[in-house]
Design a protein around this ligand. Structure first.
Ligand SMILES: [Zn+2]
Length: 382
């Protein structure tokens, strides 16, 4: 355990708990928060799955919570549920990157005082997509943000981010985490079997998200529906595929209901003392948060499909191969019997195409339909 220094903030538990696979990053951020000398702008760089986004949310907790990120107070719970009005999470809203209106809204918001906490945090995903127009307006603010504002930018590599952005941020490199190390971390924190943890990492992407996935009945249900749809595909007719797509989409949206009602409650609590402009911004932010959540749920069910089809391919190529989806071994076996290596490869291509469609903002249900039809066709490939 990290001891807090005399007179400084207590050790940030949120960071310690969520950065097990990134000890150097953890120690660095813990020191920065505990000493009260956190930077006003961080750039977290690392491969997908290295836990940058988890780290960003944990750092937001550590910065906003009166106890340095205790993980259990009202403030920490709100941040963890992504409903704290002073933590803003941005991802590019168009396929080509950030919209100019997005950065403009962001800058307008930066100028406003925090709503609940003493500080505000902006988490900005895919910083490599901040290009000339959208980035220029941001640069000055990034250099000298108003008091109490912290930016956390995330990117895969420093080399592809505008140098003018990189030079204004404190860079924090994340190491690549192997799936085995990630699954071990999940097993330590959940006590679940190694097989389940491996599956959860494959589906959710990072250790912290895998832990959340294992706690969420809704998210596991969405995965199960996707696997069931794949299982049924070799014998499915058109109506079955359309029904399955609808069902999967419904399951992806199920966990959003709770987020929506929490957002509504926050809006009502703040309605009396916020200006109309600030309320409008809060509403916009809520909408964005819901979109981001839905998108990550969609990516998760697509990852479930990919992981299962990889298992099918593995079994077709080597009958004794280890599979990730042990709880769905019967489905893997049935699909392997129903198809061939080119069939499984074609099915995996269909999943990749679906991920690209989602990135281009094609409606999710249509994307699922097209994907399932394409997989059905690929699986029957001789
Ligand atoms: Zn707290």
């Amino acid at each position: 355990m990290v001891q807090s220094q005399q007179g400084a903030a207590p050790a940030p538990n949120s960071l310690i708990a969520r950065l097990e696979t990134q000890p150097r990053v953890r120690d660095f951020l813990v020191r920065a928060v505990a000493s009260g000398r956190a930077s006003h702008a961080y750039l977290f760089v690392g491969a997908p799955g290295s836990g940058k986004l988890d780290a960003a949310w944990a750092l937001a907790q550590a910065l906003l919570c009166e106890d340095g990120g205790c993980g259990s107070c009202d403030c920490c719970v709100r941040v963890a549920r992504h409903t704290h009005p002073d933590v803003h999470h941005l991802a590019p809203e168009s396929a080509t990157g950030y919209l100019i209106s997005q950065t403009r809204d962001l800058l307008d918001d930066v100028a406003l005082a925090p709503i609940r906490a003493r500080r505000k945090v902006y988490i900005i995903e895919r910083a490599e997509q901040l290009r000339a127009n959208s980035a220029n307006a941001l640069l000055k603010t990034l250099e000298e943000p108003p008091q109490g504002v912290t930016f956390i930018l995330l990117g895969t590599s420093q080399d592809i981010i505008l140098p003018t952005i990189v030079s204004r941020c404190q860079c924090v490199p994340f190491r690549t985490v192997s799936p085995v190390a990630a699954a071990e971390a999940v097993a330590r924190s959940t006590g679940q079997t190694p097989a389940r943890c491996r599956m959860a990492v494959a589906v959710a992407g990072s250790p912290a998200r895998a832990v959340e996935f294992l706690k969420s009945a809704d998210r596991q249900d969405a995965r199960r529906r996707m696997l069931r749809a794949l299982d049924a595909l070799p014998h499915a007719d058109e109506a079955d595929v359309l029904d399955a797509s609808k069902e999967i989409m419904g399951a992806v949206r199920a966990p959003l209901a709770e987020v929506k009602s929490t957002q509504q409650a926050v809006l009502e609590q703040n309605a009396d003392y916020l200006s109309r402009g600030a309320l409008k911004q809060l509403e916009d932010r809520n909408k964005r948060e819901l979109n981001a959540r839905e998108r990550s749920g969609i990516m998760e069910v697509l990852a479930s499909a990919r992981s299962l089809l990889r298992d099918v391919l593995g079994i077709l190529m080597d009958g004794s191969a280890d599979i990730v989806n042990e709880d769905a071994a019967d489905i893997v076996e049935r699909l392997a019997q129903a198809t061939t290596v080119p069939g499984a490869v074609g099915a995996l291509d269909a999943v990749a195409a679906a991920e690209r469609s989602i990135a281009r903002n094609i409606t999710p249900q249509l994307t699922f339909e097209v994907m399932l039809f394409d997989i059905r066709k690929a699986l029957s490939c001789p």
